[in-house]
Design a protein around this ligand. Sequence first.
Ligand code: A3P
Ligand code: MG
Length: 461
Amino acid sequence: MSKRKASQSPEPQRPSKHGRLSSDDAPETPSTSTSSHSSHPLRYPPTNSAQVIKPVPFQQPTALLTFSYTPQRVLEFTNSALRYYIDPPPGADLRYGYERWIKRPEERTRLDGLLRAIKRVMQKADASAGPGSGSKWLQDIAVVTWRGIMTKILTAPYEERDRCELNVMYVNGTLYIEEHLSDARLLEKEDLAPKQRVQSYYGYSFESWCTSSRPGVPERMEGHPVGWGGDVDTNVQWCSVIKTKLGDDRLIIGGEVDCVRERFDGRTDTFVELKTSMSIRNAGDEARFEKKLLKFYMQSFLLGVPEIVVGFRTPAGRLTTTQTFKTVQIPRLVRGKPGAWDPQVCFSWGHHFLTTLKSIVSAPPQTSSNSEDDAGERVEPSARVWRVVFEPREGVKVSLLDETGVRDSKGGEDRVGILPRWYYDLAASKDVEPTSDAQSPLKSSGTTPASTATSHQGWNI
Ligand code: A3P
Ligand code: MG
């Protein structure tokens, strides 16, 4: 694949078909068109505790860099949005400041911020280890995604309610995964019922009560109670990008970090996650809380956050108590209880899922018809966009997006599939390191006709 071709528009990818995933635990089901998601060939593993799971190691995350979003939602490679943990005032009112909440509009969260961070890491590698080092580093990365998405993937075997849709591209050996939100889902998120909106605010307000611009000193702002960290503006975020490994797959994950304890020296070991939850009054509440702990745990574990401070509250938003949890100890708290979860089920599933997904999206297109776009240019297989649907309690389906789907996934911007064109050109280029082609499963993609893939049979895992 030449750089010139890589920068060309990935035009029509017409008929879309389901990727058929067959495995020991996933009997083959005939594939149908994208519009009918009737089968779930990749089934979740059982979540009862009797099973024996082959452990898949998850490496301790290492911080690569941090960045901030300003109130104007501008991304800058600074720590301007970093906050320091401080104990909240007893009985704090989590409804405080609700009317002044500057709420970031719901939007499709693209990978762009994370991709800019990756470019920066590559530039640093080039500067320190010579030109081409950054590209070489990227070719070794199996997955690039946000922490929230990785949490959804890993906890899917336990998810009982929420459906999740993802868009995926496979470029030069790396999976890029973003969440797909339909217009209807976006509207739904923006149009929260007043009660839900207030409850959502409680979480942000807790962050304000628990953080300060200086370590160890409660914020004192004129016209506000002592300890109020400032009115909530959900545009502002401090984010960390880490690298880690699930099995043999190297992952780059980015996500928001709520604050640090006392200092930040570039590592993750002072990171603190803040969460709110209803006060526990009976056994039912306790069981519900223990279930929620899976998400708390995974969300923090993935970014290397060692500590979670939970603020328990009344229904009216009055803080009752706070409790600190050490992330790595959380699985032990639920072990052996009814409805217990096991992180190994999640890691093992995540590894199986990623391996399967990679085998589907890296397979060369099977037919050579329609291998040219309207302008007569070859369509790059690495410009294909795949839709992955997680159906709670059932399983996962993968399908290739058709022309309309790809157009929608671009959102009318200068993109190749879901990726900004500037990044696609950077990541798809193989010009930098000629000998590195062997590392890339898509080495021959430039000469393989992109097709409309009328069928995706024969994938085995
Ligand atoms: P809580 O988690 O304390 O409820 P996060 O902890 O993931 O950084 O999220 C911060 C806050 O954002 C949450 O605080 C919650 O208030 C809000 N939030 C996160 N996900 C949400 C969702 N799906 N719907 C509504 N609010 C959400
Ligand atoms: Mg939080």
